[in-house]
Design a protein around this ligand. Sequence first.
Ligand SMILES: [Zn+2]
Length: 262
Amino acid sequence: MGRKQIQKKFAIGFKEALLPPKLEALLASRFEKHFAAACSKNVVPDWKALLAFLRTCQHHYAMITLKTLLNSWCTSSRYNDNSADSCIFGCSHAKDDISHYSSCPHLWKISYLNSRTSFPDWTEQRLLFVEPSLERLEALVIAFTAYHAVKLGHPELRLQATRSHDFDGILALLRHVAQACAIKCGIGRVRFPRATALRVLDPPPSADEVDPHRAQAAAVEASVDDRPFCEPECNDLPTGAHHASCSQAVLTSTRLECHMSV
Ligand SMILES: [Zn+2]
């Protein structure tokens, strides 16, 4: 064997050793290591179907999904650091690792509430291993964004909660971050049938009405009051009224502007 052939053989060997395995093989490996125990028995993810679904979605959303399924969250277990000894949302005896966050009740309850989608029973559905859908993908985007906002943006509040074993402040922060993410990304807005019907069906204000704009505004405000989604933040106010920080206040003002411009 000549010198060039030997060099070529070594180059091919190094290349194969340095390149990662195919994406599907990597996903299967991470599934077995981090998620299989939290999923139902005999679940076999259809990677080809999942990747085909992700190709139809926003790139940012697809990347969040891959980062989740490949264990790329900034957890303490992944980085081998001690920035969080346990679940940052207060689950007792749960580690700050991706295996726990795949089924953390605090994180997923808030995420699905803000995506306005029915909560799936199984971890394999929440992580899109089976029956992937846009609604579940959006809930995953909220969960990913909210976790990293709390984990990386508020270390002092997390430390205080861990020391006092009082996670009310952390959970309130989680709710606000999840709401902000949903509003910023437009998640959940398409599922406001009453607001859509109002713009189409309501007649324009007549000139005979004493104060048409005020009456119209009151009708809009009453119709978009989704009180279950903002409790307990706004339950000290009358129906239809929200605190300025509430997502309903933002949505209401947006719709009022749309409606008044019709
Ligand atoms: Zn947890």
